[in-house]
Design a protein. Structure first.
Length: 265
């Protein structure tokens, strides 16, 4: 079996469940040494057992993405054994849905702290390792909510617009360091995050994506590094691809009307 230092490596936040867990398992099956981190220890332990049973290599640990110090500690631990950081997957996120004024202020703040602050912390902490690894990549989890603001998902969508903006800027800025930065745009995914959620958009569009589909899209995006024309945004699923294409060719007023229709406002 190849040693950890000879394998490509991936560090994934929010890896105990949902998209993060599926991504960790998928990269492990494809020969990566996986760093899987989350605040949920029980989920990490079962993930670790699953990956080891399949013959994969994995290191797990607790990580509160809102704490830059924890990011730096965990990355130092992981790279001490791996000696490289090929891929960073900024996956950790939280969601609160409903009428804007009905969502508690603490929930609004939590989305900003985790979805935006956690992504920024990950980028800052990982940069020293990424720039020392040839061909390193970052995959940020954005959302199709970053195409146009979604009623009942206002703050969540705003956080994903921020992730989109970070991705676009750093895709240009970090080229000088041979670091590729992309993001993933799924629509609604069957995870615990949306359990019990009922918005106009979910009623119109349904919840059609599995965590494995998103994990496969993340892996495929990293394999797309050699393309001649850079690609930054990767919509996942037919619905997200159609909405993305429509946003690029229709005037803003039509995008507004489409989102109004889908949101049943």
């Amino acid at each position: 079996m190849p040693s950890a230092s000879s394998r490509p490596t991936v560090f994934i936040s929010g890896a105990a469940a949902g998209i993060g867990r599926a991504t960790a398992s998928t990269f492990a099956r494809h020969g990566y040494y996986v760093g899987a981190y989350d605040i949920e220890e029980s989920g990490l332990e079962s993930l670790r057992e699953e990956v080891l049973a399949q013959g994969g290599r994995i290191r797990t640990g607790t990580l509160d993405v809102t704490d830059l110090g924890e990011w730096r500690t965990r990355l130092a631990e992981f790279t001490a054994s791996a000696a490289r950081l090929d891929v960073l997957v900024n996956n950790a996120g939280v969601l609160s849905a409903g009428p804007f004024e009905d969502i508690a202020p603490e929930a609004h703040r939590r989305m900003l702290d985790v979805n935006v602050g956690g992504t920024i912390n990950g980028l800052l902490a990982a940069f020293p390792y990424l720039k020392e690894t040839a061909g390193a990549q970052v995959v940020n989890l954005a959302s199709a909510s970053a195409i146009y603001g979604q009623p009942e998902l206002a703050t969540y969508g705003a956080t994903k617009f921020a992730v989109r903006g970070l991705t676009e800027a750093l895709e240009l800025e970090w080229r000088a360091h041979d670091i590729r930065v992309v993001d993933i745009w799924p629509l609604f995914v069957r995870t615990g995050m949306i359990r019990g959620m009922a918005t106009g958009s979910t009623r119109s569009l349904g919840v059609r994506l599995s965590t494995q589909q998103v994990a496969d899209a993340i892996l495929a995006a990293t394999a797309d590094r050699g393309r001649r024309l850079p690609k930054v945004h990767y919509p996942v699923g037919l619905q997200a691809r159609v909405l993305t294409a429509a946003s690029q060719i229709t005037p803003a007023v039509l995008s507004r009307q489409l989102n109004k229709l889908l949101s049943r406002i």
